[in-house]
Write a protein that binds this ligand. Sequence first.
Ligand code: PEP
Length: 244
Amino acid sequence: MAPRKLAAGNWKMNGTLASLAEIDQLLSDHLAPGCDVLICPPATLVHALAARTQGKIAVGGQDCHAKTSGAHTGDIAAAQLQDAGASHAILGHSERRTDHAETDEQVRGKAVAAHEAGLVAVICVGETEAQRDAGQTLDVISAQLAGSVPDCATAANTVIAYEPVWAIGTGRTPTNDQIAEVHALMRDRLSARFDDGADIALLYGGSVKPGNAAEIFAIPHVNGALVGGASLKAQDFGPIIAAL
Ligand code: PEP
């Protein structure tokens, strides 16, 4: 079974209730059969978005804690996201790895918590520009996959997003060959480790926009995209969904 196509939007720390009007437009004009759509708004909007979209798109959080509850001010448990209507959680985004010093081990713990709460973990990996320039990209991705993806990962509960740090929000993208090389490596590593590793969806993320989406989606083992800036407006995200 080939992985299902997924267009995932990461709103980051953007959006208020008023922004959900963009989703109304997305629902009316831009959903494509055969392609799942996931929007991960700020946690404040998860419940409202899920209630508004009634399962027509998937809704996700942008992080979760590894513990189920307790004295962790400001954090959110996976079960709380699930309770609010989320089905997914982005984990190990490079902004969290950088801003909050998240390690592979912590990301793995969060992914286990997400799975235990019934959420699909969208686990992000990606090299910095310095690592790419030093020729370390494949080693970095291999190590992040080994360290961040838990043994309980399956094609049903896990999606991997390759997001080169230097391509996020910069307007720069790797060459098609560079994306193909990393996605082939990820497919090999996951297939070697998991019984259904060949079916785990692999997303590319980093400055995806309407103008480059079709070309990126044609690359082998690219099953969709994790989109930041261009997911905020239906007029941008809609054509990306259509390109899948
Ligand atoms: C992201 O933050 O996951 C991302 C890919 O951002 P952008 O599309 O804006 O580069």
